[in-house]
Every structure is written in structure tokens, then in C-alpha cells.
Design a protein around this ligand. Structure first.
Ligand code: GLU
Length: 497
């Protein structure tokens, strides 16, 4: 029995708080969010924290913070309130699995009562031996159901003395588990390939399988969108739904994210934490746009999409089956595009803390507005600001007299040209020191001298920057201001003498 299509769509993001939000998790949450919005449904956030050994302190806050930053706030479930505290909202709570342990125990008991599950008292050493033996014989490593042979009296006697035990699901033999995945199409598994999985651990906590199925049912989730790494769990889940006689939700398994060399996206090959991108100065809208296109495309040339536009055009059925390459350069391109579109004032506000971090001493006489204007068009993330313009902030430039000489010129003419330029710029009208005006002025001055552009602009730029590559000398001069620019030209003349 599959879910009734007339029901209101309810999707859920169900992270385990084991660290930061992974970029793949962001994509899952995004697709769930979009799908819920498209169907006037509800996007639920549930915390799957039953594996307490894997829990990392602060992970819940960090996860929720990253989602909030990305603009994907849940309609229901766990969220960060206005004071930054973890809170819950909705009628199907608690939404934190560690607070629901009794519920899972009740449902495990139900399966026991229906002989769809059984107590297993096998000590870990026995299970280990069994596994080794099966592996040596080239057999699948399945539990051998030794405890299924226990009589009711034996079970009760063991329980009475508190013998360590788990509860296992009794996988029905010979069954074919078939389902239609919204992304992958028809999927078939043979139940004979499945182990009698543990549903309740010896500490009384549920495993992921039981908790996930019970919660998806009780929270009325009818669309389970998750990463492909969970596909092999799905037949186990379907068998559990069937054991409870519950409707099975629609599943959609999203393609894996891959490194450019097609290996599974891992931390080793770059950042996979959403936080890391936030800290480096990627804009949430750019990251969302980029992530939306990991495994899906609109079938048109359009690449820039706002979240609202994505809600209009995204199609879950068109998500690709094959793995999606995570291309960092593409992300940089997106971010650069979004940075360029910001109002200059917003860019300045966002970029200032990064500039202060990158540059230890910022002289108050510089025209930073111009610097921000140039950097806004150039950088691909905020943390790059100023990094290639270090020469602006330090008067200790490292270049030689020879560097000042244009390839078609010589040292003597260069000296003469710079002296002429200084004489011209000393009498340059105050208050007119801007790149376009300087450019006009200097170009007509060059024309009058009969020299080529390179004869004057090359040494000018070198003198101002000490670099072979930089923004135009007019822009650099504007940032430096008249006094500092003249001083640097004089230093160059001293070098040439
Ligand atoms: N708790 C699982 C995770 O950490 C969720 C898997 C699922 O969506 O069913 O990703």
C-alpha cells in the first residue's frame, strides 16, 4: 500500500547532529524545501540523534544556523528561535528522536507481539565469530537466527535476569521488495539478501531504520527525499512499513555528489561544510543556486536562479540518476556573479570585515570606496578581498629600476618621462582625483608629449604598484590619493637615477 496522492505533501530533512551541515545535506534540504513549496506542503525538520556515540557538541546549533543562513527554515519541527536557541514547533513532536525513545520501544514491542521481530541475546563475540566463518566460506554475513529457536520460557528467563539483548526484525523470506523511486525509477531488492537487522539496541535506543520509519509514519511524511547512500536501507524500511501495515511513502533518492575525478565528495578534496563556505564569504543565494544545479538542470541556458524561480521551475522527476560533479570553479563563478550584483554599499558592509582580516594596517588616507568598487567586479568570494592589492597598503614595494622600463624604452627616457608626469600631476586640480578624469587628463598629456602609452603608463603603474599585473594605474592612483601617488612616483625616480 503506497501513500494516498491526495494528501498534503509533507517532506522532512532528518539530519544526524554529527558535525556541520554537509553540502550534500544542503542539497537534500533544498530539494525537500522546494518540493514542499511547489505543492503547498510542509517541510519538517527532525533530528536523528539516537546514535549518541556519534553526537558532536554544538552540532545541532551549527546545523540549524547553516540552514537558516541558507534561507531554508523548516515549517515544522526543530528550528532556531530568535534568541538562537534550539526550539520545536508543530503538532507531531517531539521532533528530536532522543526524546521519543519510549515510542520506538512501544513499536518494537508491537512487532514482537506479531512475531515480526524477536529478541536476540547473542553476545558480540559470537556474532563476530559467525561473521568470520561466513566470510571465509564466501557467504553473505547474515545473522543465523540462532535466537529465533529460543522457547518463550527461555526468553522470559533471560529477560528476567536482565541478560543483554537486542531486538531484531524478522525479514520475511522469499519476498521481492519493489518500489518506484521518483528519481531512480523502479527498484527491486530480494528480501533474501537482507539481514535480520537490529531495530532496538541493547541500550534500549532504536536503530536508524526503526526510528526513521516510525517517525515518518507518525509525522505523516509522505515524501522521503534523501541521498543515494540511503537507497540500500529503503527495502528494510519498506518491509517495516509492511509489517506495521502502514502506507509506504514516496521515495526519491538523490544522486551522489562527486569530486571532479568522480570519487565520492570528501573533505580531503575541498570543503564540504556549508559553514566553511559561509566563513569564506560565499553568499547564501549563490550557494543555493549552485547546489540546486547539482544533479538537476532546467533544460535551458539559464543558470542564475533565485529560490523563488527554482520553486517555479524545479522538477524532482528530472533529477539525474547519475552522480553530480561538484565543481568548485563553477561555484566561484556563481558567487562572483552574485557579488557583482550587490548594491555597492551592501558589498562594502559585507567585505569590510574580510578586508580588515586580510590587511593588518589600513591607512586612513586611502580611498577605499574605489577599492571596494574594483574588488566587487573581480573577486569570487569575500575572503579574497585585498589579497591581490596588498601593494595599496604597504609603501615597501619590491621592484627594480629595470622593471620600470617599458620594453620599447630605456632607463634614461623612462626617468625623463616620469619627471614630466610628476610635473603634470603636481599641478593637477584638487578634488578631481578620480580614475576616469585622471585617465582623460593623462592620455591627452601623453599625446602632447609625443610618447607612446607604454612609455608613460608602464612605469607609472610599476611605480604605483610594484607589480607586473594590477588594476589600471588610474584606478590605483584614485585609491592611493594624490599625495601618496606622487610620493611613489618620486621613489621610482630615485631608483632610476
Ligand atoms: N539521519 C540520516 C542522515 O543523517 C537521515 C537519512 C534519511 O533521510 O532517512 O542523513
Amino acid at each position: 500500500m503506497f501513500f494516498n496522492k491526495k494528501q498534503k505533501i509533507r517532506t522532512r530533512f532528518a539530519p544526524s547532529p554529527t558535525g556541520w551541515l554537509h553540502i550534500g545535506g544542503l542539497r537534500t534540504a533544498l530539494y525537500e524545501y522546494i518540493f514542499a513549496r511547489q505543492n503547498k506542503g510542509t517541510f519538517v525538520l527532525r533530528l536523528e540523534d539516537t546514535d549518541q556515540t556519534r553526537e558532536v557538541e554544538g552540532a545541532i546549533e551549527s546545523l540549524l544556523k547553516s540552514l537558516k543562513w541558507a534561507g531554508l527554515e523548516p515549517d515544522e519541527g526543530v528550528f532556531l528561535d530568535n534568541n538562537g536557541k534550539v526550539a520545536e514547533k508543530g503538532n507531531f513532536g517531539p521532533y528530536t528522536q532522543s526524546k521519543r525513545v519510549k515510542i520506538y520501544q512501544k513499536y518494537a514491542q508491537k512487532l514482537l507481539a506479531g512475531s515480526q521481530a524477536y529478541y536476540c541475546f547473542c553476545p558480540p563475540e559470537r556474532l563476530e565469530q559467525l561473521k568470520t566463518k561466513q566470510q571465509a566460506a564466501g557467504q553473505p554475513t547474515h545473522y543465523d537466527r540462532a535466537c529465533l529457536k529460543l522457547t518463550e520460557d527461555e526468553i522470559q528467563a533471560k529477560l528476567a535476569i536482565g541478560e543483554r539483548h537486542v531486538i531484531r526484525f524478522k525479514v520475511p523470506a522469499g519476498q521481492e521488495v519493489k518500489f518506484n523511486d521518483a528519481v531512480k525509477g523502479e527498484i527491486k531488492f530480494s528480501a533474501n539478501d537482507l539481514d535480520d537487522q537490529i531495530i532496538l539496541k541493547s541500550d534500549g535506543f532504536p536503530t536508524y531504520h526503526l526510528a526513521s520509519v516510525v517517525d515518518d509514519y507518525l509525522m505523516k511524511i509522505n515524501y522521503v527525499i534523501r541521498g543515494e547512500e540511503w537507497l540500500s536501507s529503503t527495502p528494510k524500511h519498506i518491509l517495516l512499513y509492511q509489517a506495521f501495515s502502514w502506507p509506504v511513502p514516496q521515495f526519491a533518492h538523490l544522486p551522489l555528489l562527486l569530486n571532479p575525478d568522480k570519487s565520492k565528495l570528501s573533505k580531503r578534496q575541498g570543503d564540504v561544510a556549508v559553514e566553511a563556505y559561509r566563513d569564506q564569504g560565499y553568499l547564501p543565494k549563490a550557494l543555493i543556486n549552485f547546489v540546486a544545479l547539482l544533479g538537476w538542470n532546467p533544460g535551458t541556458e539559464q543558470e542564475i536562479f533565485s529560490l523563488q524561480e527554482l520553486i517555479k521551475v524545479f522538477n524532482l522527476k528530472k533529477v539525474h540518476k547519475a552522480g553530480a560533479i561538484f565543481n568548485r570553479e563553477k561555484l566561484d563563478w556563481f558567487n562572483g556573479e552574485y557579488l557583482k550584483k550587490l548594491p555597492l554599499d551592501d558589498f562594502k558592509k559585507m567585505a569590510s570585515p574580510y578586508l580588515e582580516k586580510n590587511i593588518s594596517h589600513i591607512s586612513p588616507n586611502l580611498n577605499l570606496d574605489k577599492l571596494f568598487e574594483i574588488e566587487q567586479q573581480r573577486i569570487s568570494c569575500l575572503s579574497e578581498i585585498g589579497k591581490e592589492l596588498k601593494f595599496i597598503f604597504s609603501d615597501e614595494l619590491n621592484y627594480s629600476a629595470q622593471d620600470l622600463v617599458w620594453k620599447k624604452s630605456d632607463q634614461k627616457s623612462t626617468l625623463k618621462n616620469l619627471e614630466l608626469l610628476i610635473a603634470e600631476l603636481v599641478k593637477y586640480p584638487k578634488g578631481e582625483w578620480s580614475a576616469p578624469k585622471l585617465e582623460n587628463h593623462i592620455r591627452s598629456f601623453i599625446a602632447k608629449t609625443g610618447q607612446s602609452n607604454g612609455d608613460i603608463l608602464w612605469p607609472m603603474r610599476l611605480a604605483l604598484t610594484g607589480e607586473l599585473k594590477s588594476p589600471t594605474p588610474f584606478e590605483v592612483a584614485e585609491i592611493l590619493g594624490q599625495a601618496k601617488s606622487l610620493k611613489r612616483l618620486e621613489v621610482a625616480i630615485e631608483k632610476l637615477k
